[in-house]
Design a protein around this ligand. Structure first.
Ligand code: NAD
Ligand code: WQD
Length: 347
C-alpha cells in the first residue's frame, strides 16, 4: 500500500482529495497548521471514507519542522496543497504570503530530495496566467504567462519554478496542476469548505446570502464585454479536482512514465457568467438570491476559461460534474454548516 503525504489536508481541496485517496486504497498522512481550516474536517473525512489516517500539526513553512514526518514514515508521494490562498490578503501582506507559500514549497522539495520521495503533485492556479486577454482564450498550458496580478499568483509561479528546478537535479517527477475555479462540495453534503475570514469567493457568498447570513450580495460589474455583462469563469467541481490528483499520482507511479515536470490545467472548459451561476443556484435550491448589481471589483479579469485537452490526454481526466451539481452540493453543504452550528460567514 502506497503512502501519500498531503499538506493542507484539513483545507477545502485537501479534505476532498483525502476522501478520494482513502477510497482508492492509499495510506494517507495529513499535515496542516489550521491557519485556514479546522480539525473538524478530519472527523468529517473519516466518517465519509469509513477509514482513518495519520495527522500532524506542523507549520511546514518553518525550516526543518517537516522532517519528523519523513523520519517517522516511509512516504511514496506528496500532494502539496498547503498555501495561503487569499489574493487580497497577499496584496495587503506580501511578505507573509511569500514566507508561507514559497518556504513551504522549498521545504517540501528539500525533504523530498533528502528522504528520496520521487513523486510530487503541486497545487498551482490559473492565476499564474495573469491578466489574460481575449486573444489568450481558451487558456492552454502553453498560453503566454502575462504579468502576475498579485503576490499570491507570483507565489504559485515561484512554486512551479522551484519544483521544476528540483526535478532537474534529482529523480523527482512533478505534476503542477493549475486549477481554475474550484467550487461545490462533496455530493453527500457531509464535507465542504468551512467559512473563512480569508474567503471572498462567489459560491460561498451565494449560499450565505440564500440562507440569510448575508442581507444581499453584489455582482461585481454588469458592463464587461461578455454575453450578459458579468465576468466569465471556468468553475470546476472540487470532487473532480480531487479525482484528478488521484489520477496524477497513478501516472507518477507508472514506471514507464519518465516525464520530469508536467503542467496540467484543471478546468471544465466552459465559461460561465456570474448571472448564470446565480441562476443555476436558484434553480437547484429553489431559493432566490438577493443580489445587487455593483461596480467592478479591482483586479478582476473579464473572462478566463481553459481548453482541458492535456488533462484528458495525459491523465485520462475530464470534468464530470456540471454547474448545477456544483450548486446543488454547495447548497447541501451550506445547510449542513448551519446544522453543525456555523451560523456565520467567517471563522
Ligand atoms: P485552503 O485554505 O482551504 O487549504 C489550504 C490548507 O493549507 C489550509 O488548511 C491551511 O491551514 C493549510 N496551510 C497553509 N499554510 C500552511 C503551513 N505553512 N503549514 C501547514 N499548513 C498550512 O485552500 P484550498 O482551496 O484547499 O487550496 C488548496 C491549494 O490549492 C492551495 O495551494 C491554493 O493556493 C490552491 N488553489 C486553490 C484554488 C481555490 O480557489 N480554492 C484555486 C487554485 C489553486
Ligand atoms: C468569481 C467571479 C467575481 C464575489 C479567485 C482567485 C484565483 C483562484 C480562484 C486561487 C468573479 C464574481 C465574486 C462576489 C461577484 N484562486 N463575484 N460577487 O476572482 O475568479 O478567482 O479564486 O488560486 O487566483 O483570484 O474567484 O470566486 O472570487 O470570483 O460578482 O461577491 O465572481 O467578480 O467574476 P476569482 P471568485
Amino acid at each position: 500500500m502506497k503512502t501519500i503525504l498531503v499538506t493542507g489536508g484539513a483545507g477545502y481541496i485537501g479534505s476532498h482529495t483525502i476522501v478520494e485517496l482513502l477510497k482508492s486504497g492509499y495510506k494517507v498522512i495529513s499535515v496542516d497548521n489550521y491557519y485556514n481550516s479546522i480539525e473538524l474536517s478530519y472527523a468529517l473525512i473519516e466518517k465519509l471514507a469509513g477509514k482513518s489516517f495519520i495527522k500532524y500539526t506542523i507549520d511546514i513553512a518553518q525550516e526543518n519542522a517537516l522532517e519528523i514526518i519523513f523520519q517517522e514514515n516511509k512516504i511514496d508521494g506528496i500532494i502539496h496543497f498547503a498555501a495561503l490562498k487569499s489574493v487580497p490578503d497577499s496584496v495587503d501582506n506580501p511578505i507573509f504570503c511569500f514566507k508561507n507559500n514559497n518556504n513551504a514549497t522549498l521545504n517540501i522539495g528539500d525533504c523530498a530530495v533528502k528522504f528520496g520521495v520521487r513523486n510530487i503533485v503541486f497545487s498551482s492556479s490559473c492565476s499564474v496566467y495573469g491578466n489574460v486577454e481575449p486573444s489568450d482564450l481558451p487558456v492552454q498550458e502553453h498560453t503566454i504567462i502575462r504579468k502576475a496580478e498579485s503576490p499570491y499568483a507570483y507565489s504559485k509561479q515561484n512554486g512551479e519554478v522551484y519544483l521544476k528546478a528540483i526535478s532537474e537535479i534529482s529523480d523527482i517527477k512533478v505534476f503542477a496542476l493549475r486549477y481554475f475555479n474550484p467550487v461545490g462540495a462533496h455530493a453527500s453534503g457531509e464535507l465542504g469548505e468551512f467559512p473563512s475570514k480569508h474567503s471572498n469567493n462567489l459560491v460561498p457568498i451565494i449560499t450565505q446570502t440564500a440562507i440569510g447570513l448575508r442581507d444581499h450580495m453584489t455582482v461585481f460589474g454588469k458592463d464587461w464585454n461578455t454575453r450578459d455583462g458579468s465576468c466569465v469563469r471556468d468553475y470546476i467541481h472540487v470532487s473532480d479536482i480531487a479525482e484528478a490528483h488521484v489520477l496524477a499520482l497513478k501516472k507518477l507511479f507508472q514506471d514507464d512514465f519518465k516525464n520530469k515536470f508536467e503542467i496540467v490545467n484543471l478546468g471544465s472548459g466552459l465559461g460561465v457568467t456570474v448571472f448564470e451561476a446565480i441562476n443555476s443556484f436558484e434553480k437547484m435550491s429553489g431559493v432566490n438570491v438577493n443580489f445587487k448589481e455593483g461596480e467592478r471589483r479591482e483586479g478582476d479579469v473579464e473572462a478566463i476559461y481553459s481548453l482541458p485537452v492535456k488533462a484528458k490526454d495525459l491523465l485520462g481526466w475530464t470534468a464530470n460534474r456540471d454547474v448545477d451539481s456544483m450548486m446543488d452540493s454547495a447548497w447541501k453543504w451550506q445547510k449542513k454548516l448551519i446544522e453543525l452550528g456555523f451560523n456565520t460567514t467567517k471563522i
